[in-house]
Ligand binder design. Structure first.
Ligand SMILES: O=P(O)(O)OC[C@H]1O[C@@H](O)[C@H](O)[C@@H](O)[C@@H]1O
Length: 915
């Protein structure tokens, strides 16, 4: 942590002083590795070095933060208890002891103990701390411990941590909520304060700039804390310089989640003799070692290279790969990712390259450090490749869309670290293995579209981390185990169909019936409207546009570059060696050329670019967003895409792939055929398109209140509530991403779609960070913009709340955020609602379409209050998204509980009245 060029008075010194009892005290002045502002006088901990948190970590107990041990005077111990396993060769060491017996400590922590600490430094630079805690009470006690190690680093943005991948962690920035680490390595862009649980015994910190690696080896300490305060918190810490957060990182071995319970040692027993009894006497040893290593030259993993070349020779992909014996595998080879020191391959991604035949034995199975294996969308066949059983670190396995057959492996327990498993769209048969239930980290399981038979094992309920599952379209039969019902019906479509006649008439197990219109009728209406919309669309396009049958990128290239030929453009694309980057778990198998060949139609133009519907040759439809005015460089852009693409949530439209080249930046999403909430609410899609087609400026927002599309299906109250709750959940999830810093930045009803359960699902997030600063938009977006946002890059989570509030008002009033009256007066929705409510005409604000429903006034008023709380001027007075979810759910739940009342009563709730 020390800045370079330390002045003389800042050089570290050691002072020997005596306390009031005449006892020698060692005081470190300007300790090396500590903050320049560190106050090294007890009772203050030094911000730097290795303060010991004991017997409490953080504020998880009644003691002061991190317990008292770091604030006490430790004594140098002349006659420490024996430590037989300690080899003192080439080491200097000191023994310290803490035995606080002062009144104050006994009052706050009434346990007698001894804490013996040996600190040793070896010639090779290994720093080792060995702690021994002894309970000399008559009763057991529990404690937590952490070695709060401040590593001095070149620059926090240049550092990465490995060894924490796939672990669960408690995030102190989110009320200690539990998450799972998804990244291969941990890099730093904002404040971080996490406790990783049950980690491996080696964690590595890589400092690229200084070419230094810290290896943290630990024993007896299951957890790892990672902490950096970042700028704002650093400013609030008086003993840390404002900029020092950039040059420090705390990575601590610790025992936190499960405090250590220590039994007492009988006082009569000797502490020093009889080494054979030591384990029993000491009851606990925590061992913690630190190694500082200057990273050496990087090796090409030659064994892994040979295995891959053998694999390639036999599987003969139809698309050629740049794998070459003479080129460095970790740097050049397509689809290969190596670990930090380039000694092993940790990820192999070869989707859709035309691999053929069986996976040759003894090839991929030799890549024993592999964590990610994606061979999806190829032509691989034969039985399940059992050689993979040797890949114990495998966390992500994607073999979908191949031609594998035969039974699944009986014993899945060999892949204990699996987080995501996709074997869908193959010809696997036999039963669903019960051993899957042992995969405690599994979050996503897809076995759909195979020929599996038998029943769904009930024991799979033990998959405690599971967030998504798809067993549909197999030959599985019922009964459906109850745990499966928490997932959407599409996950188990086709299961149990054959047993319905044995059971009472089937009521779909989880869904509530929509009131008023039946679900089927409702769906039919929506489908007919969609067909109608499409028909009109087709007509408009046929007339004016479709004859130009645009291809997304080429078309614009031609316009921009003044007529570059498609061939030249294609070759430039190839030259750039840029490919579509798909995210793990994505089932699409097209590539950039396929996308370029796709026919496309414009869906809309937004703040950040134009969105197209692209129909690929295999009839897959995707939505492609072509970004304009991207300011970020390739690395930053990719990083942001990784953050966005990493969000898997039912209320967030999933980014499937992206593309970056100098001239083009594309994002690929699923295509939502039912259109956006804006179109469902205002029916203005056609209007927008007609304007585009006739070449007028795209100001789609100035849609009069009456222009709601003649063939629109009115949106009922229940759907509006589901849209609002779903969208709020999606935005709340987005706000958790990137250490709680991600901002959506462009919330509006045209960026909200309906998911398969007809809940709101948000799209177009996180783009403000990569775009150039844009002046406030003049069109409809202006109506969603919080007053404090002067350019789009200044969006914040609180401005997202404002925009969400506007969407809520839109759902309640049925009016666009900026609309015109009959007299062409431009009305700003937020101001209008305020004025009406102020005049106590509250009932006037609600959409006339909602007036046909009875008994929903109270809910509408509550939702109106919630919306108004979001659109207050002062950002810090707006609620958080997570609070909004809770509030709106409680409004919705009250209705749900009414609906479960006896039929007569229930029929009096939100059903349309007969008029
Ligand atoms: O300022 P202190 O007491 O040294 O603590 C620093 C940090 O230590 C980390 O270990 C904690 O997780 C943080 O929450 C805390 O802020």
């Amino acid at each position: 942590m020390e800045p370079s060029g330390v002045s003389d008075e800042k050089r570290p010194t050691v002072d020997l002083v005596k306390d009031k009892n005449g006892t020698d005290q060692v005081l470190l002045k300007n300790p090396k590795g500590a903050s320049v502002k560190a106050n090294s006088k007890p009772p203050h901990p030094v911000r730097g070095g290795i303060p010991i948190c004991f017997p409490q970590f953080g504020t998880r107990g009644s003691l002061e933060q991190h317990g008292f041990a770091r604030n006490k005077m430790w004594l140098v111990e002349e006659n420490p208890p024996d430590l037989p396993s300690f080899d003192s060769t080439d080491k200097a060491y000191v023994d310290l002891v803490l035995k606080p017996s002062d009144e104050e400590t006994t009052r706050i922590w009434p346990h007698s103990f001894e804490f013996h600490l040996r600190v040793s430094l070896a010639l090779d630079g290994n720093l080792t701390l060995i702690s021994r805690v002894r309970n000399i009470n008559s009763k057991p006690f529990s404690f937590s411990i952490a070695y709060h190690t401040y590593f001095s680093i070149s620059d926090i943005s240049e550092v990465r941590v490995e060894g924490l991948e796939t672990l669960d962690y408690l995030d102190n920035l989110f009320d200690k909520e539990r998450f799972t680490e998804q990244g291969d390595t941990l890099t730093f862009e904002s404040e971080i304060d996490r406790v990783y649980l049950n980690s491996r015994d080696v964690v590595a910190v890589f400092d690229h700039e200084r070419k230094r690696t810290f290896l943290i080896k630990k024993e007896g300490l299951p957890d790892v804390v990672v902490w950096n305060p970042w700028d704002k918190k650093a400013r609030a810490l008086t003993d840390l310089g404002d900029e020092e957060y950039k040059h420090m990182l705390c990575v601590n071995g610790a025992a936190i989640e499960k405090p250590i319970n220590l039994k007492p040692v009988p006082l009569s027993s000797s502490f020093h003799k009889e080494p054979a009894m030591e384990a029993w006497r000491l009851s606990l040893w925590t061992l913690f070692s630190l190694y500082l290593i200057i990273s050496g030259a990087k090796a090409d993993p030659s064994q892994d290279k040979r295995a891959l070349l053998e694999f390639l020779t036999i599987t003969r992909p139809t698309r050629s790969l740049n794998w070459n014996e003479t080129t460095p595998l970790c740097k050049n080879w397509t689809g290969v990712t190596c670990n930090h020191n380039e000694s092993r391959i940790i990820a192999l991604r070869l989707p859709a390259i035309g691999l053929n035949g069986q996976i040759p034995p003894n090839t991929i199975s030799r890549l024993s450090a592999l964590r990610v294996l994606s061979l999806r969308s190829n032509r691989l066949s034969g039985p399940f490749p059992m050689g993979l059983a040797g890949l114990k670190d495998l966390a992500f396995l994607y073999l979908e869309d191949n031609d594998f057959s035969g039974p699944l492996p009986l014993d899945f327990s060999v892949w204990k670290k699996l987080v995501s498993l996709n074997l869908s769209n193959n010809r696997f048969n036999g039963t669903v293995p019960v051993s899957l239930s042992g995969l405690k980290r599994l979050q996503s399981l897809n076995l759909a579209n195979n020929s599996l038979s038998g029943v769904v094992p009930d024991v799979l309920s033990g998959l405690s981390s599971l967030k998504e599952i798809d067993l549909s379209n197999n030959n599985l039969h019922g009964p459906l185990p109850s745990w499966l019902l928490r997932f959407p019906p599409s996950s188990y479509q086709g299961i149990g169909d054959d047993v319905t006649h044995f059971q009472p008439p089937p009521e779909p197990p989880t869904r509530k019936k929509p009131k008023g219109v039946t679900k089927t009728v409702f769906l039919l209406i929506v489908i007919s409207v969609a067909i109608l919309l499409l028909a009109v669309l087709a007509f408009v396009f046929a007339l004016c546009y479709l004859r130009r049958k645009v291809t997304i990128v080429k078309d614009h290239k031609l316009q921009k570059k003044g007529g570059m030929s498609p061939e030249k453009f294609d070759s430039r694309m190839e030259e750039a060696n840029n490919r579509l980057s798909f995210f793990e778990g994505c089932s699409y198998s097209f590539d950039l050329e396929d996308l370029l060949r796709a026919s496309a139609e414009i869906l809309g133009k937004g703040t950040f670019g134009t969105t197209y519907k692209a129909v690929l040759e295999d009839a897959t439809s995707v939505a492609v967003k072509r970004l304009k005015d991207v300011a970020a460089g390739k690395r930053d852009f990719e990083q942001q895409m990784e953050i966005i693409g990493g969000i898997k949530h039912e209320n967030v439209v999933e980014l499937k792939a992206y593309y970056y080249s100098k001239d083009e930046k594309l994002m690929v999403y699923d295509y939502f055929s039912s259109g956006s909430v804006a179109s469902l609410l205002h029916g203005n899609v056609l209007l927008a398109l007609v304007r585009l087609v006739s070449g007028l400026i795209l100001v789609t927002g100035l849609v009069g209140a009456g222009n709601r599309g003649e063939n629109r299906v009115p949106l009922d109250w229940e759907t509006r509530m589901k849209i609002a709750i779903g969208a709020a959940k999606g935005i709340a999830r987005i706000h958790k991403e990137n250490n709680g810093k991600l901002v959506h930045g462009n919330i509006k009803s045209s960026n909200i779609f309906l998911n398969s359960e007809r809940y709101g699902c948000v799209s177009d997030l996180g783009l403000t960070a990569v775009m150039s600063a844009l002046a406030p938009p003049i069109s409809r977006q202006a109506g969603y913009r919080a007053p404090e946002v002067t350019d789009t890059r200044k969006s914040s989570q609180l401005s997202d709340v404002y925009s969400f509030g506007v969407v809520l008002l839109e759902l309640l009033t049925g009016k666009s955020p900026i609309h015109t009256t009959a007299g062409d007066e431009i009305i700003h929705l937020v101001r209008w609602v305020h004025s009406v409510v102020r005049e106590e005409w509250t009932a006037e604000v609600f959409d006339v379409e909602l007036l046909r429903y009875t008994n929903i006034e109270e809910e509408m008023v509550e939702m109106l209050q919630i919306a108004m709380s979001c659109v207050v001027k002062a950002p810090d007075q707006r609620p958080k998204m997570s609070d909004l979810v809770r509030l709106m759910e409680s409004v919705g739940n009250r209705r749900a509980s009414l609906e479960t009342k006896p039929e007569k009563e229930a029929s009096e709730t939100s059903t349309p009245s007969e008029t």
